[in-house]
Design a binder for this molecule. Structure first.
Ligand code: OGA
Ligand code: MN
Length: 309
């Protein structure tokens, strides 16, 4: 699901002035804690390289893909079966490549993105051209032209869907439509990554969601359960600003593990963790690395790739 989307179950968590919210599950407690504005800097409990609960289980092999850093450590979290974390799996130049692709080729129709639902006249080459400072679009609601800075328009970007397009309202893939051809290099990268991580040669990149987050944005914790195939791994790639990623368990009361995800990190939900709750309560201020600042400002991009059939 996309940033700022609220799942129906969250209607439960009524927050009235002067009252503590009811039904505070472990997951909800963790989300609120990390969202809190005064909880920005000192987060000693958030797992990071060096934390004792991160167990190194291997290294990325050489010769599988030039787009994966050979020797990168592969970690699991003690007590969380099926989740994998590969910090700095993607080199800087390749982070820039994927971020540009998200802002150009990937956001182009027939792939859908939330900006196309709001505006017509988006530049056909997308939002990646950093020398193009001003962009004029027309609001679909009333046809009025609006001129915005590139980064201002980028701030309104929330999601792009790849491959089988996703219907956010019904929470189903549009299997009645032919899928948009999945970007070939991202598909190849996914296959290589699946092989490098020991999932075998059969992974197919069939659907993807590119999430765009600005400071203050969050993604409510959820389980990705729209995929008929819940056994294939779900691959995820982080670009730009860092975030706190929350990983819970099979229900909302399971213990919740917070983990930093930084630009170039790859994470995988597979095995039991494929069905675990997870979310992004916090984008970290001043965390976008310099090689992506011109392109992204202070935004975070997450590309997640799914085999759905
Ligand atoms: C998702 C998701 C996590 C992230 O889009 O389903 O869980 O790191 N994204 O942004
Ligand atoms: Mn998800």
């Amino acid at each position: 699901m996309g940033p700022e989307e609220v799942q129906p179950e969250d209607d439960f968590y009524l927050e009235r002035p002067g009252h503590e919210p009811v039904n505070m599950t472990a997951l909800r407690v963790a989300e609120r804690k990390f969202k809190a504005k005064d909880y920005e800097k000192n987060m000693p409990e958030v797992l990071r390289v060096g934390s004792r609960r991160l167990i190194q289980v291997g290294q990325l092999p050489e010769g599988i893909s030039e787009w994966l850093r050979p020797g990168a450590s592969v970690y699991e979290i003690d007590g969380v079966p099926g989740f994998k974390y590969i910090p700095s799996a993607i080199a800087q130049e390749q982070q820039v490549y994927w971020a540009r692709a998200c802002l150009s080729e990937y956001m182009r129709p027939p792939n859908q993105n939330n900006l196309d639902l709001l505006y017509t006249g988006l530049p056909s080459n997308g939002l990646y051209n950093v020398t193009q400072t001003e962009i004029t679009v027309q609001r679909r609601s009333d046809g009025v032209s609006q001129t915005m800075q590139r980064l201002e328009l980028l701030r309104k970007m929330r999601w792009t869907t790849l491959g089988y397009q996703y219907d956010w309202t019904s929470k189903t893939y549009r299997f009645d439509e032919a899928p948009v051809p999945f970007p070939s290099e991202l598909s190849a990268w996914s296959q290589h990554t699946a092989v490098a991580l020991g999932y075998g040669p059969d992974f197919r990149a069939e659907a993807g969601i590119v999430n765009f987050y600005q400071l203050g944005d969050s993604l409510t914790s959820h389980v990705d359960r729209s995929e008929p195939n819940m056994d294939a791994p779900l691959l995820s790639l982080s670009l730009g600003a860092s975030c706190v990623f929350l990983l819970g368990g099979a229900d909302r009361e399971s213990p919740v593990v917070p983990l930093f995800l930084h630009s170039g990190d790859v994470s995988v939900l597979a095995g039991p963790a494929r069905r675990f709750y997870h979310g992004v309560p916090k984008i970290l201020p001043e965390s976008c690395p310099s090689h992506l600042q011109e392109l992204l400002g202070s935004a975070r991009i997450n590309i997640n790739i799914r085999q759905v059939t």
